[in-house]
Design a protein around this ligand. Structure first.
Ligand code: AMP
Length: 307
């Protein structure tokens, strides 16, 4: 076993969804955690997948850590902070339309990068480092700078650093800070995996080409632009390819479509080195994810054929 490590960094939250009769169902999810989940489901046993976040010291934090561990994801890099609690969100349903309420302003995860030595050791221990615009948005500005400095060191020594801008304006103090920090995240990364909708809405890109060229100009090397049912466009070291989405009979829930695509894409790409084949594989996994309820679809339902 070569023992390579995939490290995802960010916030996993408690999820409350409607279970009928006014009852709520408790789950756990969050963009970078979802991607770790799908990477774990798709990677072989010679890879370990670890999640770096911060939790509190309450029962819910303990429960979340146990949930992460049961998914086969390493928890040894999780910080535990006295007196803190995890972030939480609730999915509301009204006339079939979903909306979200969040309680995450003082979540433990905001301290995930507060110990620079811990962060350095974690990043140094990994071969692949995955983070998102949400990871950067929840951190105090000086901690975001610390994280980005470690990410740049990892890129400089040839590690695969992967960034999904995952643009959520309401998590940022201003558009200027959001634009500057997301651009810095992309500049510090090797592979950027944006969703075109977000980029068009918040960076004003008028085409997928514009998104690709903006991130290449910043210094990212490879780009995968996701565009929902319209497939993905890849630019790997200058070579452009297009991979269509898979046809889905009935789209049930698009939550974590992009996160699952990223996790499946990275797993396949890390095993084969073939980005186009990895995008085809990931389109298959994401198609199954949008055909089921919830952010985390069990491995058995992903059609992996034992892979
Ligand atoms: P998105 O983040 O919405 O661009 O979606 C990520 C990936 O999920 C896409 O690249 C597709 O592979 C898949 N996907 C999302 N929506 C659909 C859909 N309606 N039908 C089929 N695949 C989809």
């Amino acid at each position: 076993m070569s023992g390579r490590r995939f490290l995802s960094i960010g916030e996993c939250m408690v999820e409350l969804s409607q279970a009928g009769d006014g009852l709520l169902r408790k789950g756990f999810a969050g963009d970078t955690f979802n991607t770790a989940w799908y990477a774990r489901a798709c990677l072989g046993p010679d890879w370990s997948v670890d999640y770096l976040t911060a939790l509190g010291d309450d029962a819910l934090s303990e429960e979340m850590a146990a949930f992460i561990a049961r998914a086969g994801i390493g928890t040894s890099l999780i910080r535990h902070i006295k007196g803190k609690t995890p972030g939480l969100y609730m999915i509301n349903l009204k006339n079939g339309e979903r909306s979200f309420s969040y309680w995450r302003d003082s979540s433990a995860a905001r301290s995930l990068a507060a110990d620079p030595d811990h962060l350095r050791e974690a990043v140094e221990s990994a071969d692949v480092i995955y983070f998102s615009g949400i990871t950067l948005a929840i951190l105090p500005q000086e901690d975001a700078a610390t994280l980005l400095a470690e990410i740049r060191r990892a890129k400089a020594v040839g590690k695969l650093v992967v960034f999904d801008p995952n643009i959520r304006p309401r998590l940022w103090s201003s558009y200027d800070v959001m634009h500057a920090t997301i651009s810095e995240g992309a500049r510090s990364s090797v592979l950027v995996m944006p969703s075109f909708d977000d980029e068009a809405a918040h960076f004003g890109d008028d085409s997928i080409e514009a998104t690709i060229h903006r991130y290449l100009a910043l210094g990212a090397i490879n780009i995968v632009v996701k565009n929902g049912a319209d497939g993905v466009r890849l630019n790997f070291a200058g070579d452009e390819t297009f991979v269509p989405a898979e046809k889905v009979e009935t789209v049930v829930d698009t939550t974590s479509a992009g996160d699952s695509f990223n996790g499946a894409f990275l797993a396949s790409y890390l095993e084969s080195g073939d980005a186009t084949a990895a995008a085809r594989f990931a389109a298959g996994v994401a198609a199954r994810v949008v055909s089921e309820h919830g952010a985390l679809v069990a491995k058995e339902k992903l059609g992996l054929n034992g892979g």
